[in-house]
Design a protein around this ligand. Structure first.
Ligand SMILES: NC(=O)c1ccc[n+]([C@@H]2O[C@H](COP(=O)([O-])OP(=O)(O)OC[C@H]3O[C@@H](n4cnc5c(N)ncnc54)[C@H](O)[C@@H]3O)[C@@H](O)[C@H]2O)c1
Length: 310
């Protein structure tokens, strides 16, 4: 049984990951400021191995206290995505960068950090991005994540950096700003998707598979300690247009590729995942199955708030 602190444990990935860790018999502490509420915890909050702390990663003293006594620190807490970061750059910098610094300063020898970075740090890449490809973040969000990667690499702590693909699929803390979730929502409810720059390449990973990398890394620590890993699957490298066409196979809606205007999100990258695959990690849920799941839930989901990060 491991003792695991999950900052941002009330979020989109966290609320899938935490029940999985509890099922494996671990003791888990969620540290979160609950900016999207605590209701997503209700499905597993009764578990006696779960501790809940309401706190802010910007509060160095509280972070120091929370980190104590844990074997693993899963650091998810962040202002996530380029629109949310652009909406309040000071908040983004303080939460994403200073928050991570607080976590690093709080850690003691022997504690291990699993850090959620993003493939967004690659920006616009000719060819296929491997972990060796120089990163070139195009947004404040990406730059925040790059700064954290560099800060973590400069410490003596044990760590692994995950550069996640764009996650899709359902979660107790649902996000509809993620590309596949957003497209499916538009197709189901508005019966249309308008795409700008449909040739831009993007890469996807189901939320269950994103959560699965954590127990995988814990059981492959000798090979993963100190490393940076792209987390995703080559079969889920799609252009935006191809991703929308996957939804067309299942739903009747109007797909319009706009020939004017542009996407403010300039990311255009294809990613190689062989480094992680060689260790045995395999994503299990493909885009087609994930879209089926999303259509099922999004069709009945009553949206009381925008469920967006910005
Ligand atoms: N979802 C993706 O596609 C994706 C892709 C790449 C990387 N990531 C990374 O994974 C992590 C989790 O992302 P997510 O999709 O679950 O996002 P999310 O926005 O759903 O979760 C973030 C969590 O952090 C918490 N939080 C925010 N500010 C805080 C603060 N000041 N103090 C304490 N807690 C705070 C929020 O309440 C929320 O529960 C993030 O670090 C994100 O950058 C996500």
């Amino acid at each position: 049984m491991e003792r695991i602190l999950v900052t941002g444990g009330a979020g989109y990935i966290g609320t899938i990951l935490v029940p999985e860790l509890l099922k494996l018999g671990h003791k888990v502490t969620i540290y979160d400021n609950f900016m999207f509420g605590a209701a997503p915890l209700l499905g597993f909050s009764a578990n006696p191995n779960l501790t809940i702390i309401e706190g802010d990663v910007r509060d160095a003293k509280a972070v120091k206290e929370a980190v104590k006594g844990h074997d693993w620190i899963v650091h998810l807490a962040a202002i996530v995505g380029y629109p949310a970061c652009a909406a309040d750059p000071v908040r983004a910098n303080t939460v994403n960068v200073e928050g991570t610094r607080n976590v690093l300063n709080a850690m003691e020898k022997g504690q291990r950090l699993l850090y959620a970075s993003t493939g967004s740090t690659y920006g616009k890449v000719l060819g296929i991005a491997t972990e060796e490809t120089p990163i070139n973040p195009l947004t404040l969000y990406g730059r925040n994540k790059r700064d954290c990667e560099e800060m973590i690499q400069a410490t003596d702590h044990e760590f692994t950096l995950f550069r996640f693909a764009t996650v899709f699929g359902s979660s107790p803390r649902m996000r509809l700003d993620l590309l596949i979730n957003d497209f499916t929502y538009q197709a189901v409810h508005n019966k249309q998707i308008v795409i700008f720059e449909g040739h831009f390449r993007r890469t996807f990973l189901h939320s269950m598979d994103a959560a699965a990398i954590y127990p995988f890394a814990m059981s492959h620590w000798d090979q993963m300690n100190g490393g940076t890993f792209n987390v995703g699957d080559e079969t889920m490298n799609y252009t935006k247009l191809e991703a929308a066409q996957e939804i067309s196979k299942k739903l009747d809606y109007y797909l319009h590729e706009a020939d004017f205007g542009s996407d403010p999100d300039k990311r255009d990258y294809e990613v190689d995942y062989s480094k992680l695959k060689k260790l045995g990690y395999q994503a299990k849920i493909n885009l087609s199955d994930g879209i089926d799941e999303l259509i099922k839930i999004i069709s009945v989901l009553k949206i009381h708030n925008p469920l967006r990060n910005a």
